[in-house]
Design a binder for this molecule. Structure first.
Ligand code: GDP
Ligand code: ZN
Length: 306
């Protein structure tokens, strides 16, 4: 039977089959052997084949090919990477315009990760109700900037039903992750979109704050508008994994028309002579905040201090 992994505790997996039934399933050891770089061979969001055993539990016999996987570096001194979700349709970065204010660096790092993982991003700027004149102008500029690059970006306020509807419409039917610093309104937005899902996710984060099991527990929370939210501790700060500094320029779509025309084919677009990307930045074609984010990301990968 085909089904989807909707919950993982690290040892047992809940697989939901077509009928909607949930089968608590184990994973034979052979799946753990063949990919030793990863601490877990399977994640929520995976599509699997499951055999039903006499005692009513299931045994996963096959993992279907993934369209993508959200990874992070393994924690607790384990080697390699941890897969936190698979087959994600949409990664939503939530930031607020004010309280706390919008951080382009965080957003751009998130977008780079999405480009690298092959996940479609959506940017939400929340708390637009707090904006005065200056903040409104900044909001408009920011929306225009990201749209001009080709990214989806939506203003949002939990006090504005129309904006909430637009967010709901955009995410409905998708398997989503919500990412963002704390205090920007992620829980509030989820509650506004779907109170039941919002509550369920609130419980998971409360529970995870208590410590234990935090690295392996993950769940797909269904949305009443269709689709689901992936929730797992730590997913809200998913970072760059396994990306080389030389690959970052491919994750800035607006560099595309320039990056292959630099004098040196290994140009990092920082201070090399004959660099067409820095030229485009000097001419105002590439935005200063985006270029600064690029430099910061390349820098942090070349000089890891963590
Ligand atoms: P999370 O940590 O990202 O889940 O953020 P919360 O949903 O807990 O929200 C943090 C604070 O921001 C709470 O006090 C919310 O009431 C407030 N908040 C959330 N969304 C909005 C909004 O659209 N406008 C305003 N003014 N406050 C908001
Ligand atoms: Zn260059």
């Amino acid at each position: 039977m085909k089904g989807r992994v909707i919950q993982s505790t690290g040892k047992w997996y809940t697989v939901q089959i077509d009928s909607g039934d949930e089968i608590l399933s184990s994973l034979p050891g052979k799946f753990r052997m063949n990919d030793y770089d990863r601490t877990n061979p399977i994640a929520v969001g995976d599509w699997v084949e499951v055999d039903l055993l006499d005692d009513g539990s299931g045994r996963i016999s096959e993992i279907h090919e993934r369209t993508n996987a959200v990874m992070r570096e393994a924690t607790h001194g384990k080697r390699g990477s941890q897969m936190i979700a698979a087959n994600v349709d949409l990664a939503v970065v939530v930031q607020s315009l004010l309280e706390p204010e919008f951080k382009p660096g965080f957003t751009d790092r998130f977008l780079v990760t999405c480009e690298a993982y092959g996940i479609t991003p959506l940017i939400i700027i929340n708390k637009t109700d707090l904006a005065g004149k200056n903040a409104k102008a900044y909001l408009d500029d920011t929306i225009e900037l990201y749209r001009s690059i080709g990214y989806d970006i939506l203003p949002c306020s939990v006090k504005n039903p129309e904006l909430i509807d637009a967010v709901r419409e955009h995410i409905s039917g998708n398997t989503c992750v919500f990412i963002g610093p704390s205090g920007v309104g992620k829980s509030s937005i989820l509650n506004a979109i779907d109170p039941e899902a919002g509550q369920s996710i609130g419980q998971i984060s409360e529970w995870s704050k208590k410590g234990k099991h935090t690295t392996t527990y993950a769940k797909l929370v269904p949305l009443n508008c269709g689709g689901s939210i992936v929730d797992t501790p730590g997913i809200r700060e998913f970072g760059l994994f396994d990306i080389e500094p030389e690959e970052i320029d491919q994750c800035f779509p607006e560099f595309e028309p320039f990056r292959n025309d630099c004098r040196f084919n290994n140009c990092l677009h920082i201070d090399e002579p004959g660099c067409k990307v820095t030229e485009a930045f000097d001419n105002g074609i590439i935005s200063a905040t985006r270029y600064r984010s690029y430099i910061n990301i390349v820098d942090s990968l070349r000089n890891p201090t963590r």
